[in-house]
Write a protein that binds this ligand. Structure first.
Ligand SMILES: [Zn+2]
Length: 295
């Protein structure tokens, strides 16, 4: 599981998700969040670990502004297994960035992290009255180009989405390191939605082997090798990704003599029996037996 951070480090919202004022002014529903930077740093970095699904000019015939320019320069990134702090569960999401200043700095298939400069927000495309980022988050990752709220014509990258699987971006965002949010009282967004965005838990990135599930050497062999998964003994391990307030993600990883092969994050809630450390119970019983033996 991962915690996505804000798209802009010093973020100031200008229009909220499904905002009523927006709909009455523009005549259509706002399926994303509009925001700018208070420090005018227009850099956009990745929200977390993702993969680029689309990047390019959404306008027709090279048009970057006005009629026929679509959503301007756009970027679509898929982020998997992200925490929704409103639903208190993780989900896969498609994140669409609109009105970028120029072509994104990443291309289809690229992996992004919070250190990846994706590009800059700008004022390209139709229906924009000043430089800002429109960011839209959709839980359908199988149709990443389909976007709610678009007109059917006038797009060369994005397509009109017809069923609404969007999510309020403020439920997905977390405030990362060196990030902040500035709100004012506005009819264009609900300031509380932004004030309630939690701080991203700091991943201390220690992987602890809790239980090793097949016949190889003991989990203790690997436990000594925190943060060096490649040196684990061959076998299958369940590993927690530890945060200061507790274990959040759980990794099922299979290693071989050459290092480790890909595992996958599994939901600890659905795998409670795997989180249970039987060896500690066994040791407790052994200790009890020896205690009675010594009497
Ligand atoms: Zn917008």
């Amino acid at each position: 599981m991962q915690y996505l951070v804000l798209p802009i480090n010093k973020l100031k919202p200008t229009a909220g998700y499904k905002n009523a004022q927006y709909k009455s002014s523009w005549g259509y529903t706002h399926y994303g969040v509009d925001c700018v930077a208070t420090d005018r740093v227009t850099e956009l970095y990745g929200l977390g670990n993702g993969t680029v699904a689309a990047a390019g000019l959404d306008g027709l015939n090279g048009k970057t502004t006005g009629a026929g320019s679509g959503c301007g320069y756009v970027l679509v990134v898929i982020y998997k297994d992200v925490y929704n702090h409103n639903l208190k569960k993780s989900q896969d999401v498609t994140v669409t960035y609109m009105h970028m200043e120029a072509l994104p700095k990443v291309k289809v298939g690229d992996k992004v992290t919070t250190s990846t400069l994706l590009g800059y927000y700008g004022n390209t495309g139709a229906n924009t009255t000043g430089a800002h980022l429109h960011i839209q988050i959709d839980t359908d990752i199988n149709n990443p180009l389909y976007c709610c709220g678009l007109s059917a014509q006038g797009h060369s990258v994005l397509k009109k989405g017809t069923s609404d699987s969007t999510v309020n971006p403020t439920h997905i965002f977390h405030v990362g390191d060196n990030q902040s949010i500035t709100t004012v009282s506005s009819t264009w967004y609900d300031a509380n939605e932004f004030i309630n965005i939690p701080t991203a838990p700091v991943e201390v990135n220690t992987y602890e082997v809790v239980r090793k599930i097949n016949k190889y050497k003991s989990a203790a062999d690997a436990k000594d090798k925190v943060n060096s998964r490649g040196t684990f003994q061959p076998g299958t391990y369940y590993i927690y990704n530890r945060y200061p307030e507790g274990y959040k993600g759980m990794y099922n990883i299979t290693t071989d003599t050459t290092g480790n092969s890909a595992g996958s994050w599994i939901n600890p809630e659905e795998n409670k029996e795997k989180m249970f450390d039987f060896s500690s119970i066994l040791n407790f019983i052994k200790a009890l037996i020896s205690l009675f033996k010594n009497k």
